[in-house]
Design a protein around this ligand. Structure first.
Ligand code: ADP
Ligand code: MG
Length: 264
């Protein structure tokens, strides 16, 4: 059975596109057929993060205008083991944007070909958000441990529920255990109390993301075994229904500090 999941947040810059690209790679490496849809027509950077920016030939309007088949609008990521494809909902020259009905039509044509369709949504709760959620049955809400992000997520969760999207899971991104320890950052437990929504992923802050983004290679492909990579892989497994315990980021952080001190 196919699952269509919108990756959303309310607040921009919290890591939706990063999470979508990495979970796409992980889910396809776990054996699922995965389609990623870039519904952030304004910023459109899912193709960059996957290193596919030069491979897009047709967009969804070419399909809607009868110039190509729906399959021709999909770009396959040949660098990833398994089936990972990308559909970019770029605006055409007339800046026409997709309607909710057109989005529903496109997804219904593609649904049976994939196990997972992940839709990367733009920031905000306006038109782009409405189109992104139009055909979704589930949502991943990405937040960072900051009040502004949590408040926006609260609003978004309310909107999702009002659209009958009831299966909502949280991904907490850019967690810095050392700041939580010093009481300078909101903890995961506090977030659970505020949002009372199930948490499916806790992803640490990692400055190496910049390198992977610039290379067009999601960080989970990195050969170095990093905490961020492990936490993204665990999140993908939880999405498929596996019961995976959460990494204890705090104790990992303390261990790292301890070894650093021992070495110095
Ligand atoms: P969004 O799609 O929500 O706007 P992006 O995925 O584009 O957010 O990420 C915004 C910025 O945050 C990017 O520069 C990205 O590299 C950075 N970023 C995302 N996740 C992390 C992380 N876990 N650690 C460090 N930087 C991150
Ligand atoms: Mg984005």
């Amino acid at each position: 059975m196919s699952r269509t999941i919108v990756v959303t947040s309310g607040k921009g810059g919290v890591g939706k596109t990063t999470v979508t690209a990495n979970l796409g790679v992980c889910l396809s490496e776990l054996g699922s057929k995965v389609l990623l849809i870039d519904a952030d027509t304004g910023l459109r950077n899912l193709d960059l993060m996957l290193g596919l920016e030069n491979r897009i030939v047709f967009n969804c309007f070419d399909f809607l205008d009868g110039k190509c088949t729906i399959e021709q609008t999909l770009v396959r990521d040949k660098q990833t083991e398994g089936d990972l494809l990308l559909l970019s909902l770029t605006k055409n020259r007339e800046e026409r944007s997709l309607s909710e009905d057109e989005m529903i039509g496109i997804i219904s044509k593609l649904r049976e070909k994939f196990d997972f369709i992940l839709i990367d949504s733009p920031a905000g709760i306006d038109e782009g958000f409405r189109i992104s959620i139009a055909a979704a049955e589930e949502a991943l809400v990405v937040i960072t441990p900051e009040l502004a992000s949590i408040r926006d997520a609260d609003k978004v969760i309310g909107l999702l529920l009002s659209k009958q999207i009831e299966k909502v899971n949280l991904v907490i991104n850019r967690v810095r255990p050392e700041m939580v320890q010093r009481n300078n950052m909101i903890s995961v437990d506090d977030i659970v109390d505020i949002l009372s929504t199930n948490i499916i992923g806790v992803i640490p802050e990692d400055k190496n993301i910049i390198i992977s983004t610039n290379r067009g290679e999601p960080i989970v492909k990195d050969k170095n075994k990093s905490l961020i990579s492990q936490s993204l892989k665990d999140t993908a497994r939880r999405i498929t229904g596996q019961k995976i315990p959460f990494l204890d980021l705090e104790s990992h952080w303390i261990k790292r500090l301890f070894f650093k001190r021992q070495r110095s």
